[in-house]
Design a protein around this ligand. Structure first.
Ligand code: GDP
Ligand code: IMO
Ligand code: MG
Length: 433
């Protein structure tokens, strides 16, 4: 038995959904601990593609318990729609299969409206958010005026909070944004309806997880977004509004650090980013276009094209340190196939000196020049490879070089979107601390 945290090491969309789905076989309980439906985690089973936004990626196994912790922000409509769609597929037949924390904060229509209006007003200086109301909801949490899942069961309290919050926001919507006012009664009515629908799933996740742990069950914590989108450690202000690093698994679930046995980082074999902000290894050439088209690099949540670039070991070294990563799952190695030469960023040059980390902290990221190592590419299709030794020599050299540059083990190499297109080199659930 082990408890494992999975986190993204780059700017999100590393393939966490696929890695969590595969590792769920060895876990009993899969926990989402931060973020909300800004996430889009894709799983492909038997040619059927499922994109999950709030539900933990273990849900397709059918027999695993899934948990949404207090650190997640929940749009009740999105949760309900996702839940009912999964039920139509024969999953989640009993409420016990999903536990949602009473204390998780609720995304309301006014959070989404504020998110959109701010982005529109910011013009070229926008963050490029997913528009799901994530930032405004976390802001209300910090300002201590947020609405929590438990509040959806308390009509008097909910109506008071919604109307108090909207009193201020409507002033802003009308006076500053020249936008229509929102109606507190209608918003409260809808939230109360979702409260009744979701009531059977609500629980105290910390107590639930502690009890399950006592019974010997193992936990898989599923991170959303990626380390470079972390509110403290990422490319601020072009980040999301939660802590995405592994430490957040503890407070976002309600377990102590001693509950975590190991941390696995998920990285693409190259780099992508959706939204604005610095991206040192970004490509605007045929190589970038190859990664975009071969990798199908369009956002799972918003459909926006993802910006593409070479693998960046400076970013990954930082992610390894910030998360305490013991091993990496490297995905989409198949997408590199067909390129003549591959590049890996090994350091950043600033004012004539090469640095292995960010020379000026995060603030100076748009002033650095990536320093590359070049390796030979390969032409072979990797989707049918089932053993590390069957990989083309150039692909093995690429993987070995990544391992050496980062001084970290590879626990998984992913060669395609499907479950079977995976080389599992280590099993974190079978290893001790
Ligand atoms: P997540 O947000 O980290 O779960 O990643 P996304 O699901 O947003 O994006 C990853 C995309 O890559 C999805 O479309 C996956 O189906 C796909 N994918 C995952 N692993 C591989 C792989 O090894 N090769 C290829 N070609 N696609 C992959
Ligand atoms: P998964 O879990 C990639 C990005 C947005 C934007 C910034 C802030 O699928 O990897 P937000 O709506 O959170 O306020 O947007 O963060 N972003 C993601 N990018 N993958 C994600 O999730 C993301 N979630 C947010 O594009 O740049
Ligand atoms: Mg995604």
């Amino acid at each position: 038995m082990a408890n494992v945290v999975i986190v993204g090491t780059q700017w999100g969309d590393e393939g966490k959904g696929k890695v969590v789905d595969i590792l769920s076989e060895f876990a009993d309980i899969i926990v989402r601990f931060q973020g909300g439906n800004n996430a889009g985690h894709t799983i492909v089973v038997n040619d059927e593609k499922t994109i999950l936004h709030l539900m933990p990626s273990g849900i397709l196994h059918g027999t695993k318990k899934c948990v949404i912790g207090p650190g997640v922000v929940i749009d009740p409509e999105v949760l309900w729609n996702e839940l009912t769609r999964l039920q139509q597929k024969g999953l989640l037949q009993k409420p016990e299969a999903l536990r949602v924390d009473y204390h998780a904060h609720v995304i309301t229509p006014y959070h989404k409206q504020l998110d959109h209006l701010r982005e529109a007003k910011a013009g070229a200086r926008k963050i490029g958010t997913t528009g799901r109301g994530i930032g405004p909801c976390y802001e209300d949490r910090a300002a201590r005026r947020g609405i929590r899942m438990a509040d959806l069961l308390n009509e008097t309290l909910l109506r008071r909070k919604v109307s108090e919050n909207l009193e201020v926001l409507n002033f802003l919507f009308e006076g500053y944004y020249k936008e229509n006012l929102l109606e507190p009664e209608a918003i409260s009515d809808t939230l109360l309806e979702y409260g009744q629908k979701l009531k059977p799933y609500l629980d105290d996740v910390s107590i639930f997880v502690a009890e399950q742990t006592r019974q010997g069950r193992s936990l898989l914590f599923e991170g959303a977004q990626g380390t470079m989108l972390d509110i403290d450690h990422g490319t601020y202000p072009f980040v999301t509004s939660s802590n995405t690093v592994s430490g957040a698994a503890c407070h976002g679930t309600g377990v102590g650090p001693s509950s975590i046995d190991t941390v696995i980082g998920v990285s693409k074999a190259y780099t992508t980013r959706v939204g604005m902000g610095p991206f040192p290894t970004e490509l605007d050439d045929d190589n970038g276009r190859h990664l975009q088209s071969q990798g199908g690099e369009y956002g799972s949540t918003t459909g926006r094209p993802r910006r593409c670039g070479w693998l960046d070991c400076v970013v990954l070294r930082r992610a390894i340190r910030l998360n305490g990563i013991r091993a990496l799952a490297l995905t989409k190695i198949d997408v590199l196939g067909g390129l003549d030469k591959l590049r890996i960023c090994v350091g950043y040059k600033y004012n004539g000196t090469v640095y292995p980390d960010f020379p000026l902290g995060l603030a100076g990221l748009d002033q650095v020049e990536p320093v590359y190592e070049e390796l030979d590419g390969w032409k072979e299709d990797l989707n049918d490879v089932r053993d590390f030794d069957e990989l083309p020599a150039a692909a093995k050299r690429y993987l070995d070089r990544v391992r050496d540059l980062l001084e970290v083990d590879l626990m998984m190499v992913s060669l395609g979107a499907k479950r079977g297109e995976t080389l599992m080199l280590q099993n974190p659930f079978r290893q001790g601390r």
